[in-house]
Design a protein around this ligand. Structure first.
Ligand code: NAD
Length: 291
């Protein structure tokens, strides 16, 4: 039986670990939150009391942590994944982090004989629960093929997009398009309503034409209703826009829309909307017009 050490059992990692148990893996998890560990036990996994305990006997390690510094600490720290695993272990980071950090982890792994992949996901909590995530993978062909059965237990669209860090670059591009689309749908809704047109009916038409998007399809009703329960928090999207901007700087490209979207999301956060769903960008666009 293949043993998977799973670090970070939050909104995404919790249900992902449960799906791996369901797929027949022996899952040993670790999280800083006791209630997250209790949930893993309920789901049929084993709970470790420390990071080295979770990864020391694992054949595969997965991390699903908030941000780049968290992955750096867990992967590269003194008692971290790369120091604590058996040689030849496959380490897959599925968090959304900076491509530069992913490459640093890959280099440290290569130096220590640990195989690494960066494999961030899209699809949110429903995708994590349903095992329908989109997974974008950076790393070698051989490591991707070795990890494929694990990815198939977690997602539906699984694409090997390039070498180390490439998965994170694709995720950054994804977050840019998602943030920009929310900003434009919000502006369209404000324009419709301020002009005396029914917002829902207007967006219904947009959803059937060239302006169609998954965001219009799935979120237009909740945006019209001003229902901003997360989903994906503004705070996390703020982190992701920072990643987009640092990736753009590293690639020496100018992305003006990325700058604008990042500032709108920063404003949402500054106005106290950080824990709301990222569709709450609508509140920022409304505030700009005093509505
Ligand atoms: P979360 O905050 O719910 O979960 C993170 C978990 O990591 C927490 O349970 C926390 O206790 C744990 N943790 C943090 N530091 C740790 C450490 N040192 N050791 C052990 N555990 C530690 O976050 P989430 O929503 O599950 O997101 C995780 C990642 O997935 C983020 O990078 C996020 O951007 C990305 N993501 C989230 C969504 C979403 O819809 N929530 C969608 C796609 C991608």
């Amino acid at each position: 039986m293949t043993t998977i050490g799973f670090i970070g059992l939050g909104i995404m990692g919790g249900p992902m670990a449960a799906n791996l148990v369901r797929a027949g893996y022996d899952v040993i998890g670790f999280d800083l939150g006791a209630e997250r560990l209790a949930k893993l036990r309920e789901d049929g996994g084993r709970a470790a009391t420390s990071l080295p305990e979770a990864v020391g006997e694992a054949d595969i390690v997965i991390t699903m942590l908030p941000d780049s510094p968290d992955v750096e600490a867990v992967a590269l720290g003194e008692d971290g994944v790369i120091a604590a695993v058996k040689p030849g272990t496959l380490y897959i980071d599925m968090s959304s982090i900076a491509p530069l950090t992913a490459r640093r982890v890959a280099e440290a792994g290569a130096a220590a004989g640990v195989r690494t992949l960066d494999a961030p996901v899209s699809g949110g909590e429903p995708g994590a629960i349903g095992g329908t995530l989109s997974i974008m993978v950076g790393g070698s062909d051989a490591d991707f093929e070795a990890a494929r059965p694990v990815f198939e237990a977690l997602g539906k669209t699984i694409v090997h997009v390039g070498g180390a860090g490439a998965g994170q670059t694709v995720k950054a591009a994804n977050q840019l398009v998602v943030g920009g689309t929310y900003a434009l749908v919000a502006e369209a809704l404000v324009l419709l309503e301020a002009s005396g047109v029914d917002g829902k009916r207007g967006l219904d038409v947009l959803a059937g034409g060239l302006a169609a998007s998954r965001i219009l399809e799935l979120k237009r009703q909740t945006m019209v209703d001003r229902e901003f329960t997360p989903g994906f928090r503004i705070d996390l999207h703020h982190k992701d826009m920072g990643i987009v901007q640092s990736a753009a700087r590293a690639a020496e490209v100018s992305l003006p829309m990325a700058g604008l979207v990042a500032q709108l999301i920063a404003s949402a956060r500054a106005q106290g909307y950080g824990t709301l769903d990222h569709s709450a960008l609508l509140k920022v666009i409304e505030n700009l017009s005093g509505r």
